[in-house]
Write a protein that binds this ligand. Sequence first.
Ligand SMILES: [Mg+2]
Length: 446
Amino acid sequence: MPVVASVVTQDVRFPTSLDLDGSDAVNVDPDYSAAYVRVVLDNGEEGHAFVFTCGRGNEIVTSAMDSYGRLLVGRDADELVGDLGAASKRLVHDSQLRWLGPEKGVSQMACGALVNALWDIRARREGKPLWLLLSEMSPEEIVSVVDFSHIRGALSPDQALDILRRGQDGKTERIAALEADGYPAYTTSPGWLGYSDEKLVRLSTEAVEAGFSMIKLKVGGALEDDRRRLALMRREVPGVPVAIDANQRWEVDEAIEWMNALAEFEPYWIEEPTSTDDILGHAAIRRAIAPVRVATGEAVANRIVFKQLLQAEAIDVLQLDATRVGGVNENIANLLLAARFGAPVCPHAGGVGLCEVVQHFSFFDYAAVTGTQEGRFIEYVDHLHEHFAEPVRIERGRYAAPARPGTGAEMLPESRERWTFPAGGGWVEVGDRAAVTAPHETPAEV
Ligand SMILES: [Mg+2]
């Protein structure tokens, strides 16, 4: 019987701050990073996973993964991978470590990565990409991996089973459709706050020509800049839906005022208008700015907060993230909650590797949960894909179905080596020019 021989972490960072890729009103200078982990079995099998961070603090997440990893070393791997519901509970509800959350922040992200690494082993063993593995699992087994604690009142196991059983109708055809045509994407690449107007228009025009369903702009720096950029989009790139993203920048009243000043440009949604934890604030904003949709989720820590956002009618669109919550299991719960409340899921992506991993959840959602792509698309950002074993493929503005067995998280060993912080060859060349090595000041008004 194979056992977990080691859990190996790596602090991998990319100097994206050099070009202001990924800049927004709050994250002004991210160096996209991956707290990377491999769960290695004594028979040579490996499961890969990572947590995305913006640079500083990546070492905290790797250290948390080391701590949680000790709970796995020496354990029977077949037992862990054969019952991923129990494996997840063993990590998430560890009697001592849970004090650090519970179920939020660094500890939840670290747990999620280890859970995902176990799913990676399972998917590799079955020779399937994660989305297909999930789509072909029975409704009963899917329900068995979900932790229903604290969400039962909104979604019971029986209700989840009903959703998944309905999702079996036409599943084979939908899997074939995904393999042939993929899943719609929207792009954030043109809209970073640090980009010039010329670059915004040029990249947006290219995105429309490439077939993307929507473009997203960062907002919330200065109102006049937001009005100018949105007017520019409407004039120079007409006809394409434009979503906007404030990255939690505003107070509730401020969000309503700011959005009223942008309403004439008819944004498709406003993303993260205020603190992700402010459920009632989101609900107030949503009521005040209708019909503009409210979207959030990339910083939502767990299924319990998503449950409340849905119960409070605080969001129109649920944006799950692949490495924020407690792994595949909790994202299945999030998909089922969204299905129960009729909210479309449009996953958060970008960063480094998030596109590669999060696409699997939308593919599964279409194949075996909601069976629809209406009002749904996966975020796309065109950075750093070349570092992955199976980079995402975008064809005619759609994500092509990933085919490689696993969760999509595997980063090439030479990339990990070169960008290990701070000793990798890439970082020796960058020296102190990146934000992570020469910290900028946080703007005073933030
Ligand atoms: Mg966002």
